[in-house]
Design a binder for this molecule. Structure first.
Ligand code: MG
Length: 382
């Protein structure tokens, strides 16, 4: 049966790889969105013929409308455009490949519309995990992970035959600064941080990978996706990025999912689950890899891991606070306004200064996210 797919963030790293796997599966695209890369969006739209496209940036949307004037594709802008693309009629699954908290409202709109979610936007689960998973459960909507680690866990769970997981082991590449001590990280630049050893990704996630906030966000993502307390999720540094994650059962048996580091398999599996189809990516040859290595993560050099565990055990508003502060701090770092170690420092300050509350609504998430960003931006101005 043909899968009808809306792709939010189709011009980014995950978005373009999603478009790439469409050729291997029976799919029809109903909507595409970008922030402001309208040149690529126009090309994609002409090829895939969605009913709706949207650019988050207002000016970009105006130019896109002119560019697509000879077609009957509807062009929208801003958060409304993103939400309409997410809630698009005649759609089976929405790929949420936008970066950051901006993905939360569209994800909720897609769930409300009854569409399954191929989730690449981890920030929406970090900020509002309880709200998103509860809404999906009530609406009978599946959240299919696209993140490689979470896809690995999901693939292993298919072989678990309903047996209870005792533990999740999340693998981490360690990023470009693996092995460096805290003091050695003082002077690293955005250019240093943007050199990732195994994965080619957008700037925000690459910086998150360097600070290890990415793994922290993924810890919280795994906690919500698999209903697992944070202390049952272990993080192991695995430099080769061949084992994408593992699950452990009560009897001590462990299952792992392996392949070459290529996002096309997790993306494709989220779109074809529970079936598997041939995938364009290179096959893993174990003898070419030879050795797999594993290390304990360094929580002193990378305080993000501790902060994420704190946010994960406190829950309530702390996910939104941690994430909002991190997004604001990463922006400042990329503009070279703050140092690398200021990122966890500012996130820590936001988590200390903003009071923890439990039971939160969607509106609260937006308020706490804003508060955390303001706190980071004003701390930097002081
Ligand atoms: Mg990942």
């Amino acid at each position: 049966m043909k899968k009808r797919i809306s792709i939010l963030g189709s011009t980014g790293s995950i978005g373009t790889q999603t478009v790439d796997v469409l050729g291997s599966i029976n799919a029809e695209v109903t909507a595409l969105t970008t922030n402001k890369n309208i040149k690529l969006l126009e090309q994609q739209a002409r090829k895939l013929k969605p009913k709706l496209v949207a650019a988050f940036d207002e000016q970009a949307a105006k130019n896109l409308k002119i560019a697509l004037a000879d077609t009957n594709i509807k062009v929208e802008s801003g958060m409304d455009g993103l939400i309409h693309a997410a809630a698009m009629e005649d759609t089976d699954v929405v790929v949420t490949a936008v970066v950051g908290m901006v993905g939360l409202m569209p994800t909720m709109a897609a769930i409300d519309a009854g569409h399954d979610i191929a989730l690449a936007n981890k920030e929406s689960l970090v900020c509002a995990g309880s709200i998103v998973t509860e809404a999906a459960r009530k609406r009978g909507v599946k959240i299919l992970p696209v993140d490689s680690e979470h896809s690995a866990i999901f693939q292993c769970i298919q072989a678990a035959q309903g047996n209870r997981l005792d533990k999740i082991i999340l693998t981490a590449s360690g990023g470009p600064f693996f092995g460096k001590k805290y003091d050695e990280l003082k002077c690293v630049t955005p250019a240093d941080a943007l050199k990732h050893p195994n994965w080619s990704m957008g700037a925000k996630i690459t910086i998150d990978s360097a600070t290890m906030f990415n793994k922290g966000l993924e810890l919280i993502e795994a906690m919500w996706l698999y209903d697992m307390p944070q202390e049952k999720i272990e993080i192991v540094v695995h430099r080769e990025s061949i084992i994408h994650s593992l699950i452990e059962f009560e009897d001590g048996g462990i299952l792992a999912q392996l392949d070459v580091p290529d996002m096309r398999l997790p993306i494709q599996y989220a779109l074809t689950y529970p079936k598997r189809f041939p995938c364009k990516m290179e096959r893993l040859r174990l003898t070419d890899v030879g050795t797999l290595t594993f290390f304990e993560p360094d929580e002193i050099a990378f305080p993000a891991l501790k902060l994420a565990r704190q946010a994960a055990s406190l829950k309530g508003n702390m996910g939104a606070v941690m994430n909002g502060a991190n997004e604001a701090a990463v922006e400042l770092f990329l503009k070279e306004k703050i140092g690398f170690l200021d990122i966890p420092e500012l996130v820590n300050r936001a988590m200390q200064e903003i009071k923890h509350t439990n039971d939160i609504t969607l509106d609260d998430v937006i308020i706490y996210d804003k508060q955390a960003r303001e706190l980071v931006n004003s701390a930097f101005k002081r």
